[in-house]
Design a protein around this ligand. Structure first.
Ligand code: FAD
Length: 563
């Protein structure tokens, strides 16, 4: 067994892990990153790259007023006692420092003035400004060779599966703002006219969202001199007689390699959503690894189990960052349905054809409602998203582009009765998807009525600022539209997630605690490998990446002894 030595070993290459590695190397620690798969970036590279940063440096530009006390009280209420005040406070106090650091290493962000916190009814929430979106990143800065080692973005989040758009542009297009036509033309022109770059790679030079974030981090890591290994799965932790973590065993070129860590090991190996056995053990049922939206072969809870072996305490293991997902053949993972469910003219029903939730509400609560509906015996798994011909013509839904651009006749032949179902009448559709017809017709009738009055008397859809972010602002209620004109469509939704949120419990510095609540010396944990500081909640868009990087930032400060 070969032996090597570093100051810090970082396991995984998601956003938290990379930020920790860069910061540590810059602070003088010789740092090694080990990544299990053949690509760096994990789920972070597929993500929107949004970070939830209360009291951030760009809020003033966005015209938003915020303060630490209000942010703390909001977050404390969100976490419902499932994360300590100490950690919540550490997050609120440090998040902006971390964001400033990102800017300093070449990854500036902009505050999204109109993207509301997810729980507008909770005191201290803001109607916008705490979520930040990364500025565009030029892939040439990373370089073509390094780009090849980075996980590419999801074609489903790009225009025609190729061209990047940022969160502002996506919102503008989905809200059908007039200016979005110009930005769409601009994006396409820029892409097609960039002959020099396109001659080298199909990947867009202009990187946005999680691609911008991870490309920026990889660029900074290379510049700082962090050593990074791919195809190098971490296997076990090494400890000395006192219980201090002293290194890790990593498989390199198929060989178990002992690597010593003079100062510590930082685990950032993501969640356990790709491990069916762990899902069965911990998550609410039914649960399937295939429903998840994260990369295949990555997050299988390896470092959760290694942490347990050295006595780490696990927390929040039955929680995930839930989102309804769809199975689209040929796509590498199930597709998260974040936005379309909020658009006016669609509804979600159970096997009885009844609505059971506010379709435009936060996605983690959406997934929980599906599971609860299933548990009640009403058939919430799968649930069905149903819409009519008018909706189909104007809006995207999962892989279906608006019918006005891509009519049914141009869709993949094998998608019918597989990705989408279609019936001339609601009775016809109900029979095809095995949903109660009377219930379905009644739900559509009610939704059509609510669209006229602008008030959803069942679930108050569109009744708050978060719901209304994605909708049609020209309507009385941006989230409500009629469902009355055949043919009718249905698509299947599964209770998936964008990662699990239970893991190794840490203190305010990201130090792992044992089952007695004592620090395991030399062991740090960040991101979905650790128990989330958000507890059961999703305070606002960016609630996973923000904390992952913030606690990595704090962990390095602890490692080098600088507050
Ligand atoms: P990952 O980014 O998944 O990284 C973990 C890495 O560890 C992987 O590369 C994995 O291969 C590696 N690994 C696993 N086991 C081992 C091992 N044994 N040895 C070595 N390496 C190992 N969150 C937000 O906050 N904002 C957003 O805008 C957002 N948008 C999203 C959009 C989509 C479509 C999706 C799918 C997710 C989104 N998320 C978002 C969620 C977010 O991407 C994840 O929660 C986050 O990336 C998790 O970061 P992580 O570092 O913990 O894990």
């Amino acid at each position: 067994m070969a032996e090597q030595e570093y100051d810090l070993i970082v396991v995984g290459s998601g956003a938290g892990a990379l930020l920790g590695a860069i910061r540590a190397q810059e602070q003088g620690l010789k740092t090694l990153v080990v990544e299990k798969t053949d690509l760096f970036g994990g789920t972070s590279a597929l993500s929107g790259g949004g970070i939830w940063i209360p009291v951030n440096y760009d809020q003033q530009n966005a015209g938003v007023k915020d303060d630490l006390e209000t942010a703390f009280s909001y977050m404390k209420r969100c976490v419902r006692g499932m994360a300590s005040d100490d950690r919540v406070l550490a997050y609120v106090e440090t998040a902006n420092k971390m964001a400033e650091y990102l800017r300093q290493i070449g990854i500036p962000y902009r505050a999204m003035a109109r993207y509301a916190d997810y729980y507008p009814h909770i005191e201290g929430s803001k109607p916008g400004g705490r979520t930040m979106d990364p500025m565009d990143f030029n892939a040439a800065k990373l370089g073509l060779d390094a780009l090849e080692t980075m996980r590419p973005g999801l074609p489903s989040t790009q225009i025609f599966g190729r061209m990047s758009m940022n969160a502002f542009e996506a919102h503008s297009m989905l809200s059908r703002e007039f200016k979005s036509r110009f930005s769409l033309v601009g994006i396409m022109l820029k892409y097609f006219l960039d002959y020099p770059w396109r001659g080298k790679t199909r990947r867009d030079r202009r990187m946005t969202g999680g691609q911008a974030l991870v490309a920026g981090l990889l660029t900074a890591a290379n510049k700082a001199g962090v050593e990074m290994w791919r195809n190098a799965p971490f296997k076990e932790l090494m400890q000395d007689a006192s219980g201090r973590v002293t290194g890790a065993i990593v498989e390199k070129h198929g060989q178990r390699t002992e690597i010593k860590a003079r100062r510590g090991v930082m685990l950032g190996a993501g969640g356990f959503e790709r491990n069916q056995q762990m899902r069965d053990q911990y998550l609410n049922k039914p649960t399937k690894a295939e429903w998840t939206a994260t990369p295949v072969g990555g997050n299988e809870g390896d470092a959760h189990r290694a942490g347990q072996t050295v006595g780490a305490q696990l927390h929040l293991m039955d929680w995930s960052w839930g989102v309804p997902t769809m199975d689209v053949p040929m796509e590498p993972a199930f597709r998260g349905i974040f936005v379309e469910r909020s658009l006016p003219g669609c509804m979600v029903v159970n096997a009885k054809g009844q609505r059971f939730l506010d379709e435009s509400g936060p996605y983690p609560e959406f997934q929980q409602a599906m599971l609860a509906e299933e548990a009640k015996g009403n058939g919430g798994v799968p649930a069905w998203i149903v819409f009519d011909a008018s909706f189909r013509a104007q809006n995207p839904m999962g892989p279906l582009m608006p019918g006005s651009a891509v009519p049914d006749s141009k869709l993949h032949k094998n998608w019918l009765n597989n990705v989408y179902w279609k019936g001339e009448t609601l009775d016809d559709l109900a029979a095809q998807i095995g949903v109660d017809a009377a219930g379905l017709k009644d739900s559509a009738r009610r939704m059509t009525e609510y669209a006229k009055t602008g008030k959803d008397l069942d679930f108050d859809r569109g009744g708050n600022v978060f719901d209304r972010y994605y909708g049609d602002p020209r309507l009385k209620n941006p989230n409500l539209g009629p469902i009355e004109k055949g043919p009718f469509y249905a698509m299947r939704l599964w209770p998936g997630e964008i990662g699990t949120k239970g893991g190794l419990l840490t203190d305010r510095e990201g130090r792992v605690l044992n089952t007695e609540g004592q620090i395991i010396e030399g062991l740090y944990c960040v991101g979905n490998n650790s128990a989330s500081v958000m507890g059961p909640a999703y305070a606002g868009a960016g609630s996973t990446l923000g904390p992952a990087m913030t606690f990595a930032f704090r962990a390095v400060a602890d490692l080098v002894g600088k507050p």
